[in-house]
Design a protein around this ligand. Sequence first.
Ligand code: NI
Length: 171
Amino acid sequence: MAILSILNFNNPILRQKAKRVRTVDGSLQKLIGDMVDTMRAANGVGLAAPQVGISLRVAVIQTSEEEEEEVIVLINPEIVKRSGTRLVGEGCLSLPGYKGEIPRSLSVTVKARDRQGKEFRIKGADLLAQALEHEIDHLNGTLFFDHLDSLDKLQRIESRPPAAPEETLPQ
Ligand code: NI
């Protein structure tokens, strides 16, 4: 297990459409384990493989801070149903210190494979629906601020450590 470094939003890997996983093997299991460690170390709700420089359709989600809470592992996830919309405050580990208010579905159903490669479906509402959409967006090269009308609407998070470089803002 290892903590991987998380790419910044301006890395071109984050703009690629990630490739489908063909085989669930030992190296994929290791990547998933490392992604879970990395997500937890960063206090994130989710993490997608492109964020650690691997352009594969893999993401992990944990909506509760409880360590024993099961992590949702998504391999080749696809949204099969969405319903409703709401405006939510959202951020991303690849753009630390900022958030924006964007529309997300009230509930989504996702079809994916789990860490053993077995197909499953998950229906999520509220924060889980948001996390599912956010992480699957990453696999398609989309970042949350793409859903804003204008980047002027990005808000600085108050608790950000001092000396935030202005050049970290997307152009
Ligand atoms: Ni993100």
